[in-house]
Write a protein that binds this ligand. Structure first.
Ligand code: 5GP
Ligand code: MN
Length: 344
């Protein structure tokens, strides 16, 4: 049915660890997104069904539009419940890290994970995974960590134990990491997986409404403000960008997650190959940079070269310790350096 992406030895290792474990902790990346939460809760559902004690830990806040997922309210936010989370990590005999390739992506959770003597599994689709786990399932061609969780469950013969709620979670993760299957989703297997998830009885239309038609008024008006007042279209560079200061964000009652996905929108403009968001962080003195590109423009290379970051080929990010104005200067340097590539 599915093309077997994951190696037989890895599947055997994961199957064994899933059998013998009792107390599992699932950890995902900072500022968790749909794939992070979807893959974590999807795997949680499966392991719970197998009778395991499972906890999902996120480093910090995750957006409201993911909180419809079953048991999202049981997710432990490390920055608010440190000692409880540390206790769960200490007593775990298996830790599964999802949708991340580096310890730093777990923020303060990383320390406790490294200290733990539990067996560790990494399931991820970012390039260049750090080697801090016993079993590393790193498949950068996969659409999402959620797709990989499905593949693992399927390969170990666990589909009967995937609940409808788990199927909803995995669908949500795959959907959000591919922009509702509009990019990074040409693998025919993805649609076989969706078909299997639908057989679990999920209502994909309702899931999409839950995720996307769930804006707060502030978020919707902020979107309008960005597009009409802030967006700069640089036709010479086939690029577009916007800046957002803390003052502007507070004007629209900004809550973390409110700008999620907005940086993709300028790619809808004819001829635009690169879209960049430069946003003042509301927590630390730094500028958060997000880059999105189409076709063969390497957003991750630009993020590495100019914004102390990295990521996927067409979706990358980073951060700068400077003012917004200086960040704009840095962006122009980046655009100049990549001008030829942008005008190809
Ligand atoms: P976003 O723009 O949504 O914050 O991030 C897009 C992608 O860029 C993420 O999925 C992640 O892979 C990558 N990314 C974001 N920030 C960083 C960073 O600081 N360092 C690295 N290496 N990757 C990042
Ligand atoms: Mn992902």
């Amino acid at each position: 049915m599915l093309t077997q992406k994951i190696s037989h030895t890895q599947i055997a290792d994961v199957k064994h660890l899933f059998e013998i474990c009792k107390n599992v902790v699932i950890v995902t990346h900072t500022s968790a997104d749909g794939d992070a939460i979807g893959s974590s809760l999807g795997l949680y559902e499966y392991l719970k069904k197998k009778g395991k004690d499972v906890k999902v830990i996120v480093p910090n806040f995750f957006p409201d539009f993911l909180k419809w997922m079953k048991d999202a309210d049981r997710i432990i936010q490390f920055d608010h419940h440190k000692s409880q989370a540390k206790t769960y990590i200490e007593r775990a005999d298996l830790i599964v890290c999802l949708d991340l390739n580096a310890l730093s992506r777990m923020e303060d959770v990383a320390d406790a994970v490294v200290k733990s003597t539990a067996k560790k599994i990494l399931i991820d689709h970012h390039l260049g995974p750090e080697k801090f786990c016993d079993v590393i399932l790193s498949y950068p061609t996969a659409s999402s960590a959620s797709e990989l969780v499905f593949r693992v469950i399927d390969a170990i013969g666990g589909l009967p134990q995937l609940t409808k709620a788990g199927a909803e979670d995995l669908y949500a993760g795959m959907c959000t990491d591919t922009g509702r299957f509009s990019y990074n989703s040409n693998d025919p297997d993805i649609f076989i997986i969706i078909s299997e998830l639908l057989k679990k009885g999920i209502d994909k239309d309702r899931i999409i409404r839950n995720i996307y038609n769930n804006y707060t008024e502030g978020r919707y008006k902020l979107l309008g403000y960005i597009l009409s007042e802030k967006l700069k279209v640089l036709n010479d560079y086939h690029a577009a960008f916007y800046t957002l200061s803390k003052e502007e964000l507070s004007r629209f009652n900004y809550m973390k997650g409110d700008t999620e996905g907005v940086v993709n929108m300028p790619l809808e403009i004819k001829g635009i190959k690169l879209s960049v968001s430069l946003r003042e962080d509301t927590e630390k003195p730094r500028i958060l940079v997000s880059l999105r590109s189409v076709d063969d423009f390497p957003a991750n290379k630009m993020a590495e070269d100019f914004f102390c970051g990295g990521g996927h080929f067409n979706a990358a990010g980073g951060q700068l310790s400077c003012s917004l104005d200086e960040a704009v200067d840095q962006l122009y340097k980046a655009l100049e350096a990549y001008k030829d590539k942008l005008s190809e």
